[in-house]
Design a protein around this ligand. Structure first.
Ligand SMILES: Cc1cc2nc3c(=O)[nH]c(=O)nc-3n(C[C@H](O)[C@H](O)[C@H](O)COP(=O)(O)OP(=O)(O)OC[C@H]3O[C@@H](n4cnc5c(N)ncnc54)[C@H](O)[C@@H]3O)c2cc1C
Length: 457
């Protein structure tokens, strides 16, 4: 990436590090480098990862909105077996639950694999074991990992880190921006680090371009960057909590999620609160699509069903009538980033949830304003896709995308779903998501379906 940036005109200096940050109030005035030179710029971006060089120098505090305090212990291995071969350049990451923690198993190349163990810091302390002991026990005692590593040799580079999730209280100031892990970190269970770093980096690049060209207001750009990226990091942290709460060791998190729900004005039992956390907030204010924790909503539902050993639950299945509900929502601007240009669109905010009025969401807002039925919705999409002459697979994926967006809007409370017995039930939606695979033996357990009826379109 560094070489690529250089090939595009970036001036790269290496090896060199920033050892001094000069500032006047909230404004950075220069960076002192350890080769004795000084750098001055119009804008400064802190992409220094966990070091958070600029964040610390400016004194931006951090919040840790979770009680999860884990440690990670990992090593790299040669010649571990691949659980699933998916061809050159492809890999399949495994997450193996141990009850007291979990193991990541990530093939990095033809012969090299990263194998890590994540356990609560309290468990580690109580065990009285050294990191290498606790790691060896986990790898040797888990039958799946043991089998995959029977011929593997360690590179002997055992490392540990604490991976407390956090988010900085402010991500942008007068002429500075925090991006990537300097802005925040979410527990590695969702492997969100690179996604979050890339999203921050992209947003900073767009924001600086829009400010320098005078196309967007500088204050608004900072507000937008700060809010949307803090929300993204916070959502990953919250969603990581959700996954841990399915693990026996972390059952106290159900009570914590109840407290989070209460903060959002909802009085729920721990179990209801846990469900609420796992089903809400799927809509990203800037992006057209439904996702949480880097996964599509369909994938999240499928994963949840595997954790809970139930069929995936869809609010829209069993209902057929849909009404828009914007009561009490506040309007703000969201940003659309496309081809190097930033444009604004209307977004709606309520109870910590955001709805961008763009793309499929804008279409659903207009379709449900005076109420619609699933049959009418399906007919309208089919008329549009056939008018546009789309191939059947493309048409089917638009049907699926629309109904998954409808599901997200129902989960987030933007649309009220009900059942009218005089109308046919929902039909004609393609479900499924190819991202998540379980290593279950299909002979032992019937594979789960997505819960959405398959396409008839
Ligand atoms: C063991 C482990 C496994 C992980 N696995 C995954 C995974 O599977 N998937 C995933 O998405 N994420 C994973 N992550 C997280 C991911 O690596 C980070 O979230 C990501 O690298 C953050 O990117 P960044 O650019 O913000 O920071 P970094 O990648 O940490 O880069 C920061 C850079 O700043 C430089 N720097 C620091 N201080 C200074 C200074 N004073 N002057 C100049 N330069 C400085 C550093 O040398 C470094 O090059 C993992 C992390 C760990 C530790």
């Amino acid at each position: 990436m560094l070489d690529h940036a250089q090939s595009l005109g970036c001036q790269v200096r290496q090896p060199v590090s920033v050892h001094r940050v000069d500032r006047e109030g909230d404004r950075v005035t220069a960076l002192g480098l350890d080769d004795g030179s000084e750098l001055r710029a119009r804008q400064y971006v802190d992409a220094s990862g966990h070091a958070g060089v600029l964040r610390r120098a400016i004194g931006v505090e951090i919040d840790c909105p979770t009680s999860l305090q884990n440690i990670a212990i990992w090593d790299y291995w040669q010649n571990a077996e691949w659980a699933v071969s998916v061809g050159v350049g492809g890999t399949r990451v495994q997450v193996l639950s141990l009850g007291y923690g979990w193991i990541w198993f990530i093939p990095l190349g033809p012969t090299r694999t990263s194998v890590g163990l994540v356990v609560p810091a309290a468990y580690y302390k109580a065990s009285g074991k050294r990191p290498e002991e606790i790691y060896r026990d986990a790898v040797e005692n888990d039958p799946v990992t043991r089998r995959l590593m029977r011929n593997a040799t360690s590179e002997g580079r055992l490392s540990t880190t604490k991976d407390w999730s956090f988010v900085a209280r402010r991500l942008a100031g007068d002429n500075w921006w925090l991006a990537g892990e300097s802005a925040g970190f979410a527990d590695p269970i969702l492997a969100a680090g690179m996604t979050l770093a890339h999203l921050c980096a992209r947003d900073v690049a767009y924001a600086i371009l829009a400010e320098e060209s005078g196309e967007q207001d500088a204050d608004w750009l900072r507000e937008w960057y700060d809010e949307s990226n803090r929300t993204k990091i916070g959502r990953h942290i919250r969603f990581a909590d959700f996954w841990y709460s399915a693990n026996g060791y972390f059952s106290d998190l159900q009570v914590e999620t109840q407290a989070i729900a209460r903060d959002a004005g909802l009085d729920l039992t721990p179990a209801e609160a846990w469900r609420w956390l796992g089903t809400g907030g799927f809509i990203d204010g800037d992006r057209v699509g439904t996702e949480v924790g880097s996964f599509s909503l369909g994938a999240v539902k499928l994963m949840a069903s595997r954790f809970l050993d139930t069929d995936p639950h869809y609010e829209i299945v069993g209902n057929n009538t849909f009404y828009l509900d914007m009561d009490g929502a506040e309007e703000r601007w969201g940003a659309r980033l496309e081809n190097g240009k930033m444009s604004r669109h209307r977004t709606h905010h309520r109870d910590g949830k955001t709805l961008p009025e763009v793309g499929v969401y804008a279409a659903l807002v207009s379709a449900t304003r005076s109420g619609t039925t699933s049959a009418r919705l399906l007919a309208a999409i089919q008329a549009n896709t056939s008018r546009a002459g789309l191939a059947p697979e493309k048409a089917a994926s638009i049907v699926q995308e629309t109904f998954v967006a409808l599901e997200a809007m129902v989960c987030d409370g933007w649309i009220r779903a009900s059942f009218d017995a005089s109308l046919p039930p929902l039909a004609g939606v393609a479900g499924g998501d190819a991202i998540i695979h379980s290593n279950r033996d299909p002979r032992e357990k019937k594979e789960k379906t997505t819960g959405l009826p398959q396409a008839t379109a």
